[in-house]
Design a binder for this molecule. Sequence first.
Ligand code: SF4
Length: 68
Amino acid sequence: MSKYFIDIDYNKCINCLACYLIDKDDFDIVNNRIKIKNRFISDDKSINNVKKASEACPVNAIYYEEIS
Ligand code: SF4
């Protein structure tokens, strides 16, 4: 099973919430700011959804990398 590290670049994020609307399992809103729930994910559904969210992000702020 693959394991991914995910992160948001807050220097780029414009808080449009597109990622949250696509993937409420992995993104959350805390104090009106988008947050990642877990920086390390390994289930296929989360990995696919984070990739979809990253593609939908208008400013390329969602970073993900396969780490194992
Ligand atoms: S889609 Fe991108 S810009 Fe929009 S809230 Fe998510 S990380 Fe931020």
